[in-house]
Unconditional design. Structure first.
Length: 318
């Protein structure tokens, strides 16, 4: 009798442990229905929208960066991600061909602007286009019918008008940052689809490769970017968006099994997050430098405002 009682109690305890809620974990990579690269993220209310390119790289890792369209996902907890398909493709810019490289979406006055890297069809080199929508999930339409940024600025090279990132400051001024090997920036007009004034070069960055991302916290401006190759993420800080920028070191080491890493940084529900890609997908669809996957890990600050190096995990965020 006593044995039966003990057995039943043990079963009860086991059942209780089994049914009690466990912390949900995202597991990295967070997106597994496609290979995804170059994440940008936008917080709208209680939802994070994730925008990324769809990597089409071959399993044998040849062919370089092959991306023709961008994908969108959303989440209210960073663990469960809802796909919204592809609200924008390189072909939606009639003046472009192929390559849907890194992009960034921002909200202004209820409209959503998607700044995108494309390869030009009718002119030489890469360029930045901009598409607009009334909803974060689209549909998006080319807002200009032409490139917002292309080779025609001082110092421009066919490969350096890539990886746009937009920051809107507390006074409502929008700034566009972009570049490859040189980091450029320029003001945007209030209409968000035209540059306002000259293209400037950011000085003070160490070993800038690409993928600038600007954010602000407690009066400090942060410019993080991919440095070197294979890429790490470095960052600099400044008292104003125009600088002067002070180099602060490495924020993230080389991403697993990928030459590139391309970060986005957001605050969401009281915590900070570092969103990036790696080549860490496992069998049967093995990842790599041209078959990348988006990951999220938590980002922490020191008391003096510097950022702690990000620990890239397989477990992801809770
Ligand atoms: O995805 C193509 C290119 O690779 C991006 O534009 C860069 O940021 C790098 O991630």
């Amino acid at each position: 009798m006593n044995t039966t009682k003990t057995y039943l109690s043990a079963l009860l305890i086991l059942g209780f442990v089994w049914l009690s809620p466990r912390p949900l974990r995202a597991d990295n990579p967070i997106i597994t229905d496609a290979f995804t690269a170059d994440p940008a993220a936008l917080v709208v209310g209680d939802t994070v929208y994730l925008y990324c390119g769809q990597d089409e790289g071959r399993p044998d890792q040849t062919g370089g960066y092959v991306l023709h369209r961008w994908l969108c996902y959303s989440s209210t907890d960073l663990v469960n991600w809802r796909p919204h398909g592809s609200p924008l493709a390189a072909k939606d810019f009639t003046w472009a061909k192929g390559s849907a490289w890194a992009s960034h979406v921002v909200e202004r006055n209820g409209k959503f602007y998607w700044y995108s890297t494309v390869d030009q069809a009718t002119a030489k080199g890469f360029a930045v286009g901009v598409a607009v929508s009334d909803s974060p999930t689209g549909p998006f339409k080319d807002a200009r019918g032409s490139a917002l940024v292309s080779l025609d600025h001082p110092g421009g090279k066919p490969w350096d008008d890539i990886d746009p990132a937009v920051f809107i400051d507390a006074g409502g001024q929008a700034w566009l940052f972009w570049g490859n090997t040189t980091c450029y920036y320029a003001r945007l007009k209030p209409n968000m689809i035209e540059l306002d004034g000259d293209v400037q070069t950011v000085v003070g960055l160490h070993d800038f490769t690409e993928a600038p991302w600007v954010h602000q916290r407690n009066g400090i401006y942060y410019l993080s970017y991919a440095s070197g190759f294979p890429e790490k993420i470095s960052y600099a800080t400044a008292p104003a968006i125009t600088g002067p920028w002070t180099h602060r070191g490495i924020l993230a080491e080389v991403a697993g099994n990928s030459n590139t890493i391309h970060q986005a940084i957001i605050d969401f529900k009281g915590r900070s997050y570092f969103i990036y890609h790696n080549g860490g997908r496992q069998r049967p669809d093995i990842g790599g430098s041209f078959r990348r996957s988006v990951c999220v890990d938590e980002l922490f600050y020191n008391a003096d405002g510097t950022m702690k190096p990000v620990i890239q995990t397989s477990e992801g965020v809770k």
